[in-house]
Design a binder for this molecule. Structure first.
Ligand code: NOJ
Ligand code: NOJ
Length: 465
């Protein structure tokens, strides 16, 4: 007789091989993995032993213990859900309300670092152990998320969310006002970066704070809170100017300036969070945007640095049944070259984010093809980009579009190469053997993958027009 265990194992093996046998091409793999990613992401929300709306960063409770609700991770996960689910999806609408109540509670309970408190316990209290705090990107990301929902509804004439989330009264008591006040008064104070390691002023944090206050001005305008509107605008302009502190002569963005504490090992100041910053704030064109010379240069430099640094990026990929539909693999991307967390490895979420960056570049170039504007576009950085994308001669907008799209597919293929048979992702992939490292089923890894796939789909829709 077969033991129950063996039977269950065989059952799963058969289901998985059955599912995989339906995969006929790269598109099928992308979609299969997206369905699985969605399932694992949802499993990390409102778990039976956490409050409603609570999003664990990962189900892992030891080595590392990620069984907390991080303000940053949660806001980014919700952002991805808002991209992939229809606005009237019942599950999503319930989650928005539960997440709003949970965060509103988090804002009011006792904490060691006000609204910059990075993470909360599953029993609803704030985490009070030693930690890098405050982390001020959290309230900026959270308020940008809720503003976008409220503004989208308001644009359709429905002011309910706006009224629920924002009230002009001071001292602030509403979800958005509390965050806007905190961001607008505290942005100039040193805090810990999104990797929770360095205390200083960070490009990523500044970018999301700027984004939050721009939205704050819109929310205040509709709410007829005119004094607040000009205050938020004036602070957002100051933040925008402070971004220049991060740009040096070589045009490569420095992640942190004015360091006052925390780790002191990031000598290169090169960091993938710069790419997260432009994507999380939807800066497509203009100063320090996806298509700016500085960001493109930083992107390419990061890719080239990680390519040399991680052994898996040099390994010859052996073709087998499992990966036969994947295109060439691009570089697996880490946080920053000096990283030593779990030995310092590439991250799933960052590699997916690099794919998204390429798809959004492709979307930009797709639009340019009907105009002649691209001819004078970034002449200075053009040759570096052409080389990176393997483009020869005098590439057209259409060539750039295709090359960025292919590059995006190659980053996505890198992620797909390192998922397991059931489509699980972890936090990191071992830089030597490519196996899971760090927290398993990291919610943010799934969110970043789904967001990349979403932007790839948008590109295809744009194609058919
Ligand atoms: C935990 C943090 O979350 C992680 O980002 C950091 O690298 C390690 N602590 C080491 O400081
Ligand atoms: C460590 C990462 O550095 C940080 O950005 C993240 O918020 C936590 N892990 C939780 O996922």
């Amino acid at each position: 007789m077969m033991s129950i265990r063996k039977f269950v194992a065989l059952f799963f093996f058969l289901t998985i091989s059955n599912v995989l046998s339906q995969v006929r091409n790269f598109e099928d793999i992308i979609n299969l993995r997206a369905e699985q990613a969605y399932k694992y992401l949802i499993a990390n929300i409102s778990r039976s032993d956490t409050p409603k709306g609570f999003i664990v960063a990962s189900p892992s409770k030891v080595d590392p213990d990620y069984y907390y609700h991080w303000v940053r991770d949660a806001a980014l996960v919700m952002r991805s859900l808002s991209l992939i689910l229809p606005t009237n999806n019942q599950f999503y609408l319930r989650q928005v309300n539960q997440y709003a109540s949970l965060e509103s509670n988090h804002q009011k309970i006792s904490k060691l670092s006000d609204q910059g408190e990075p993470k909360f316990n599953p029993d609803g209290t704030s985490f009070k152990g030693p930690w890098g705090r405050p982390q001020n990107d959290g309230p900026a990301l959270r308020s940008a998320y809720f503003s976008n929902i409220a503004l989208a509804k308001a644009a359709k004439g429905d002011l309910n969310y706006l009224k629920k989330f924002y009230a002009p009264n001071l001292p602030a008591r509403s979800l958005l006002k509390i965050d806007f006040e905190y961001v607008s008064h505290k942005w100039n104070n040193p805090d810990f970066d999104l990797w929770e390691e360095i205390q200083g002023q960070h490009f990523y944090t500044r970018m999301v704070q700027h984004h939050s206050l721009k939205l704050a001005a819109e929310v205040a305008t509709i709410s007829k809170d005119i004094g607040a509107k000009s205050w938020y605008l004036s602070q957002s302009e100051k933040i925008e100017n402070s971004l220049n502190d991060h740009v040096k002569e070589d045009k490569i963005i420095r992640a942190t300036v004015k360091r006052v504490g925390g780790l002191d090992s990031k000598h290169s100041q090169l960091d993938s969070s710069v790419i997260l910053a432009v994507l999380h704030t939807d800066r497509i064109e203009g100063h320090l945007s996806i298509t700016s010379e500085e960001i493109q240069k930083t992107f390419i430099t990061l890719d080239q640095t990680f390519k040399k640094l991680y052994p898996i990026n040099q390994k010859k990929v052996i073709r087998n049944n499992k990966n036969r539909y994947l295109p060439t693999l691009a570089t697996a991307i880490g946080r920053y070259p000096e990283d030593s967390f779990f030995g310092g490895n590439p991250w799933y979420l960052l590699t997916s984010t690099f794919a998204e960056y390429c798809y959004r570049q492709a979307a930009f170039w797709k639009k340019q093809s009907s105009t002649s504007q691209f001819n004078s576009f970034h002449k200075k950085s053009q040759s570096m980009i052409s080389k990176f994308l393997n483009l020869r001669g005098n590439p057209s907008a259409q060539d750039f579009y295709r090359a960025w799209k292919n590059k995006g597919d190659q980053y996505l293929a890198r992620v797909l190469y390192h998922v397991d048979d059931a489509g699980h992702q972890a936090e990191q992939m071992d830089k030597v053997n490519g196996h899971f490292k760090g927290a398993n089923d990291l919610t943010w890894s799934y969110a970043a993958y789904l967001s990349a796939v979403h932007h790839r789909k948008l590109l295809q829709k744009q194609n058919r027009r």
